[in-house]
Design a protein around this ligand. Structure first.
Ligand SMILES: Cc1ncc(COP(=O)(O)O)c(C=O)c1O
Length: 363
């Protein structure tokens, strides 16, 4: 049977997300979830919404959520667009701005979903190549970003964990296109900002900040994100999204989560403290750890045997993320390494315990 897919869909590989093992007993440090549960107020809001009027469609404008998010980011509610997870923010952006054959650009290595979404839209993809310090050359980035329709920059970056300044991000603003600053991990940064970039005139109002509830608010299972941008941009993207892209239960949970900032900050502090512990203890096993402002660390082992380490840890039911980036090295060679999500102290103790034997046998 010949299935009549569009030719770009036929040719593309498709994004491969991190493993989500079923069953108990796993130490899951591979997809940057928060190891702590969401606020009890979120659980109460979910129960409330679930016993409410599920027979009718939700508020398509997510009015209450937008009011709460707008307050947090010191903007008006017409700057906020809710999405079914931040990945949907990215889909809405590409569908709103990119014609087939337009170019998108993003730092490399970083979140390769940008590339998959661009391929679905039949766009071309350019990499802003990062050096060993995860910085770009300004002249080279200008050449790549200038003609792009959309440039995506995760800040802090994944998988590297570093964060770029507003001055650096400004270098990525395309000549006429849109810059998307993906702040999925923004709350874990040393000096987390809330919308300051959006008030920086240098970005010429062609800036979209995206956020997720999956990480700092412990709601990966709920699927909720939102974008913040100039009302004209937001109104245009509103035309592209599904009318009811966020369900009533998820919207109630997200609203309650944003209202409980104390809960989020408490977990953030614990994660940052465990992150320091990981950074100081991993080197004793032969790992080099890159400074991180996110809820994960990027690490490479002196043996280079990252796949073997990943596999042996997996046999012990400990999942970390083995990542490979073809062409990312200084001579276009493949770069690989491990991205380890910051878990609880107990989970991290299990990781260290396993590494004692794994490093001895795998490396
Ligand atoms: C850089 C980056 N952006 C966006 C997302 C998507 O988040 P969500 O769970 O809200 O779809 C992720 C998830 O891992 C991410 O790493």
């Amino acid at each position: 049977m010949i299935i009549p897919f569009r030719s770009n869909i036929q040719q593309m590989g498709g994004y491969v997300s991190g493993e989500q093992p079923q069953g108990d007993g796993w130490v899951k440090l591979n997809t940057n979830e928060n190891p702590y549960p969401p606020s009890p107020k979120v659980v109460a809001a979910i129960k409330d919404a679930a016993t409410g009027r599920l027979n009718v469609y939700p508020d398509a404008s997510a009015t209450e959520f937008r009011n709460v998010a707008a307050k947090l980011f010191a903007v008006d509610p017409d700057w906020i667009l809710p999405a079914n997870g931040s990945d949907e923010n990215l889909t809405i952006i590409i569908r709103s701005f990119c014609e087939p054959n337009d170019a998108i650009a993003y730092p490399y290595p970083s979140y390769v979903l940008y590339e998959s979404l661009a391929r679905i839209q039949n766009c071309s993809v350019s990499h802003i190549k990062l050096n060993h310090d995860f910085q770009w050359d300004a002249a080279a980035s200008n050449a790549v970003c200038g003609p792009a329709r959309v440039v995506f920059a995760p800040n802090p970056n994944s998988p590297t964990g570093n964060r770029w300044t507003a001055d650096q991000l400004h270098q990525l603003l395309p000549d006429k296109g849109i810059l998307v600053v993906d702040e999925a991990y923004g709350d874990f940064a040393d000096d987390p900002h809330r919308g300051e970039l959006l008030k920086d005139d240098r970005f010429d109002r062609r800036l979209i900040v995206t956020r997720t509830l999956s990480k700092s608010y412990s709601l990966a299972g709920i699927r909720f994100g939102f974008s913040i941008a100039d009302p004209e941009i937001t109104a245009g993207m509103h035309k592209v999204r599904d009318s009811y892209n966020c369900d009533a239960v998820a919207t109630a949970a997200a609203t309650a989560a944003l209202l409980d900032q104390d809960w989020m900050r408490q977990n953030r502090e614990k994660i940052i403290s465990t992150r320091s512990r990981i950074a100081s203890e991993l080197p004793q096993f032969g790992f080099k750890v890159s400074p991180s402002e996110a809820n994960f660390v990027w690490t490479v082992h002196e043996s280079g045997r990252h796949r073997e380490i990943y596999e042996q840890l997996k046999q012990k039911r400990i999942l970390v993320r083995f990542m490979q980036y073809p062409g990312a090295g200084p001579h276009d060679e493949t770069v690989d390494g491990l991205r380890i999500t910051v878990g609880t102290d107990e989970e991290v103790a299990k990781l260290f315990d396993a590494l004692k034997t794994v490093v001895a046998t795998a490396c």
